[in-house]
Design a protein around this ligand. Structure first.
Ligand SMILES: [Zn+2]
Ligand SMILES: [Zn+2]
Ligand SMILES: [Zn+2]
Ligand SMILES: [Zn+2]
Length: 464
């Protein structure tokens, strides 16, 4: 029986969450048909900003297909000292505990059966893992959308080239799983950044570049979807599949390439991106801001908002490409260059919130106080960092991001700046406003296994 109807999807997903003890008896969500086509997740009651809407469990979790990506233990995903599993499979494990774990034993045997010894299958392991799913979990995977292009499923082709052998039905299922993973899997943003998870309920949520929710992963690899804005009863819940600090051309390109759809959200349709001009450049004649006449045709014509001069997308594309190359090559430890680039070249060719400028600002925030230790920052550097934090917090507000993860991280960095200034001025006690920054950062980053250590300690102490 086909499961692609809302009633059946709700049943299957609820039963799945219930098996993992993650089903709220009164869930604030419901799967319904979306006006975007297909299905979506909707609020069954008013949800306050910051509330956890649901917690999801990965029906499949495993390495991303990144050839030569960093190796991690295939059981716990740590990158502690690794060695090959001595049972039979030869996959990397961090020690006997993982090697002999129940979770690994079944996989170990399966890998031995299907693959010749001594080959590296790490980055293609995830589809093999799907063969171990039980009937219930297979049903969950079967009800998710699958991409159907030739480029998907190459993991299986690679495995076969390496000499792996599968039963015909198994191979067919694995190829299907690859297509489902490519359409729905989330990068699990933990330390190594190279694992992906298939989260059934979260997979059914739709994307918006002006989302009303955000998500984090906890240390058990559960995904928590939290409201970033107030969500009125009945509205659809959206999160973003791309970076919020990318301009429209970059987001549209990324979404199309990886998820094969064209986003029609309010931010994408607005050539000014809510007045931030993140994708814009400066007019060579009058220094006005140049934006695409049609955000969906950035290769076509762009126009200066002031002098109305029209230029071709080829010209803007070339400039943005060049800036992207410089951005990519910036050395992490070269603050002087970043600052000079931001206030020199960039200022002369792009508006203040152009995505390249925003990324340079974020890079500066991330190095000052970290790679450049707090006690070595000059007063000027400290002031620069503080100003940039405020600057990006303002931008996120303009983008209507609410309690996004990036806001949490910026609030924390701002808190650290204020605390450092306080220490230097030998003021012992922090003012309530500064304390408030840490408090809000912690509430946003709660449950996030990637949150700064200090935030985790703050949260732990609070609950004791
Ligand atoms: Zn391990
Ligand atoms: Zn093994
Ligand atoms: Zn969009
Ligand atoms: Zn102009």
């Amino acid at each position: 029986m086909s499961c692609r109807n809302a009633h059946r999807l709700n049943q299957i997903v609820s039963a799945f969450l219930d098996r993992h003890k993650l089903l709220d008896p009164n869930p604030s969500w419901l799967i319904q048909e979306s006006s975007l086509g297909g299905f979506g997740v909707f609020a069954t009651r008013d949800i306050e900003a910051g509330e956890v809407i649901f917690q999801d469990f990965p029906v499949i979790l495993g390495p991303r297909c990144l050839p030569n990506g960093p190796r991690v233990c295939v059981v716990c995903y740590s990158n502690k000292t690794l060695g090959p599993c001595k049972r039979v499979c030869g996959l990397d494990v961090c020690g006997e505990e993982c090697q002999n774990s129940l979770a690994h034993r079944k996989e170990c045997e399966l890998v031995r059966q299907c693959s010749p010894p001594g080959i590296r299958i790490f980055e293609n392991l995830t589809p093999i893992r799907s063969l171990l799913l039980d009937e219930n979990d297979k049903e969950v995977v079967n009800c998710l959308i699958a991409h159907d292009r030739d480029e998907h499923g190459h993991e299986v082709t690679t495995l076969k080239k390496l000499g792996c052998q599968f039963k015909e039905d198994d191979e067919k299922f694995m190829r299907f799983v690859c297509c489902v993973l490519d359409a729905n899997a989330f990068e699990v943003a933990l330390e190594q950044n190279n694992i992906r998870g298939l989260y059934p309920l979260a997979s059914l949520g739709n994307h918006s570049c002006a989302p009303n929710s955000t998500y984090v992963f906890n240390k058990s690899h559960h995904m928590l979807v939290k409201a970033s804005l107030f969500i009125p009863k009945g509205s659809e819940i959206f999160y973003s599949y791309t970076r919020l600090i990318w301009g429209t051309p970059s987001r549209l390109y990324h979404l199309y390439r990886t998820k094969h759809f064209v986003c029609k959200c309010s931010r994408c349709r607005d050539p000014t991106e809510f007045g931030t001009y993140m994708g814009g450049i400066l007019c060579k004649i009058c220094r006005g801001i140049v934006v695409p006449l049609n955000p969906y045709k950035t290769h076509a014509r762009w126009q200066c908002q002031d002098c109305k001069r029209v230029i071709l997308g080829k010209e803007t594309g070339e400039l943005l490409r060049l800036l992207g190359v410089i951005l990519r090559d910036i050395r992490q430890d070269d603050f002087p260059f970043m600052y000079k680039f931001l206030n020199g070249k960039l200022r002369s060719v792009v508006p203040e919130n152009n995505q390249v400028a925003v990324q340079v600002k974020y890079k500066i925030i991330k190095v000052l106080g970290h790679l450049y230790p707090w006690n070595e920052l000059t007063e000027e550097m400290l002031k620069i960092k503080e100003t940039l934090c405020l600057d990006l917090l303002g931008l996120l507000e303009q983008l209507r991001c609410g309690k996004s993860k990036m806001r949490g991280l910026l609030l924390y960095e701002l808190f650290c700046c204020k605390r450092e200034s306080n220490t230097r001025a030998s003021k012992g006690i922090l003012d309530p406003e500064t304390e408030g920054l840490l408090k809000e950062a912690a509430s946003i980053l709660e449950y996030d296994a990637n949150a700064p250590q200090e935030i985790k300690c703050y949260l732990d102490n609070k609950t004791v």
